[in-house]
Design a protein around this ligand. Structure first.
Ligand code: B16
Ligand code: MG
Length: 216
């Protein structure tokens, strides 16, 4: 039995733009201007690791207490930004693949670094498609560590090498490969070169290819 594991941010929904706005605002509090290119490097990385990277790029240090405050402020702003999110923000091709999995009894898990994953899936009305949800609240190691995907495979009772991971971040593709899984990269072919397959969007995956992926 094959299984599909989906990343959330950037694969099912474009939350990257909201993370970017919230991180950019936090950056201004320590005189750091986060660029779009730097933001690419934050994709798939946990909230704490993202802040650590930004502080490193800014060449600055803050106390642990101040870090906690910045992390809380970032998330409060992010939650405000996604408050109105609904099914119209589901990315093209997502429902086709989830329905394909459902019709073919392919087990489906979420493998996301986000601690807001449950809330977002609920807003998008996608919870019923998932047999297991593994997110930032369940793991101790951030992607590129394979923990999040290995836990998803375990919850689906599927061997790792029978799982297909859909990911938009280089860190996530690296995590899937470290877990010995098939990696389908969604996004920039250069950035995601380590993936087994690369597409612009889930919408580019036609039914023949879905059959192939399901039969790997
Ligand atoms: P939160 P994914 C990741 O989600 C995002 O790509 C990354 O930008 C974010 O910092 C991380 O979740 C943590 O998110 O602040 O909501 O806990 O791509 O692994 O689904
Ligand atoms: Mg992502």
């Amino acid at each position: 039995m094959k299984a599909f594991i989906f990343d959330l941010d950037g694969v099912l929904v474009d939350t990257a733009k909201y993370h970017y706005i919230a991180w950019k605002t936090i950056g201004t509090s320590f005189n750091f201007n986060l660029t779009e290119t730097q933001n690419e490097g934050l994709k798939g990385i946990s909230r704490t690791d993202s802040l650590d990277l930004m502080l490193e790029w800014a060449g600055t240090k803050v106390s642990l207490e101040q870090k906690e405050i910045l992390l809380r402020q970032k998330n409060e702003h992010y939650l405000e930004l996604i408050q109105e999110m609904d099914r119209t923000e589901i990315l093209p091709g997502v429902l086709t693949i989830l329905n394909f999995a459902k019709e073919n009894s392919i087990p489906v898990a979420l493998g996301s670094a986000s601690k807001n994953a449950q809330l977002i899936l609920k807003k998008l009305d996608l919870l019923p498609y998932f047999h297991s949800i593994v997110d930032g609240t369940h793991v101790t190691h951030s992607k590129p560590n394979p923990e999040v995907f290995l836990l998803g495979a375990k919850n689906l009772n599927t061997p790792a090498n029978q799982c297909v991971v859909f990911e938009d971040a280089a860190a996530g593709v690296a995590a899937a490969k470290a877990a010995q899984m098939v990696a389908v990269g969604i996004g920039d072919p250069i950035e995601l070169a380590a993936a087994d397959y690369i597409f612009n969007s889930l919408e580019s995956i036609d039914s023949n290819l879905l059959q192939t992926l399901a039969a790997i």
